[in-house]
Design a binder for this molecule. Structure first.
Ligand code: ATP
Length: 231
């Protein structure tokens, strides 16, 4: 089976600082891949290049055979709205909207009716165990509830790929594991492929495969640290 998303020799430099140095990745349908490594090794930059948030300086990114890295921002943002889901560390819910309205938002932006969008939002909030939060504004939710609402919003369009950047980074370990269990369960149920950035090995263990970065390159040892000779 051919991969749905590929990165080939992707490079990105900010100023004089190389953030990515020739990264390759194949993501297959329904596969969950963790991108791990120390702070500053390029994990978020890779996620941004894969999801089309930024364009790499070199190399290529393809989604279902279509080249992403040289297409314009309008098309890339359309892809993110319709075929990708994005989940960030703090969820970034809209403070003035209820949880249900937050989850309905991607469907409303896509031209769906308010009634259908809110019905889908209620279904997703139920699936993620936060039905009771539907009418609350984000300020009234716990960190774990907020991330589950944000996950519902990322999944409501039934994306083909979910990009998650430190989705449990702001949570204590118990709440973080619950979010990760739910994320992997719904992704598998929907057949959604996932790229999850984390520095936490416990969270990475939920993935089927790990890509470890070190100084912007894939670390073939998978350790993410310089291995001395001991000499
Ligand atoms: N917009 C930017 N402008 C300048 N430098 C940047 C920018 N984004 C990232 N960098 C730099 O690129 C390198 C990789 O950053 P990146 O955020 O991808 O690492 P990371 O592994 O996700 O780190 P963390 O785990 O701390 O989030 C770092 O040196 C960072 O300072």
């Amino acid at each position: 089976m051919s991969p749905i998303l590929t990165a080939r020799d992707v490079t990105k430099t900010f100023g004089v600082q190389p953030a990515l140095r020739g990264v390759d990745l194949d993501l297959h349908e329904g596969e969950i891949v963790a991108v791990r490594g120390r702070s500053g090794c390029g994990k978020s930059t890779l996620l941004h290049c894969l999801s089309g948030i930024i364009r790499p300086d070199g190399g290529q990114v393809h989604f279902r055979g279509e080249r992403l890295d040289d297409t314009g921002e309008a098309h890339r943002s359309e892809l993110r709205r319709t075929r990708f889901g994005v989940l960030l560390q703090h969820g970034h819910l809209v403070a003035e909207l209820t949880a249900a309205e937050n989850v309905a938002l991607p469907l409303l932006l896509g031209g769906g009716s308010r009634r259908a969008a809110l019905a889908a939002a209620a279904t997703w909030l139920g699936r993620l165990g936060v039905a009771e939060a539907a009418e609350q504004i984000p300020g009234r939710l716990s960190g774990g509830q907020s991330q589950r609402v944000a996950l519902a919003r990322a999944m409501v369009t039934q994306p083909e790929v979910l990009f998650a950047d430190e989705p449990t980074g702001a949570l204590d370990s118990l709440a973080g594991e619950l979010v990760m269990q739910l994320l992997t369960r719904v992704a598998r149920e929907q057949g959604t492929a996932v790229v999850v950035v984390t520095h936490d090995a416990t969270i990475a263990a939920y993935a089927e495969r790990e890509l470890v970065l070190r100084d912007g390159a894939v670390d073939p040892t998978g350790l993410g640290v310089a291995v001395g000779t001991g000499a």
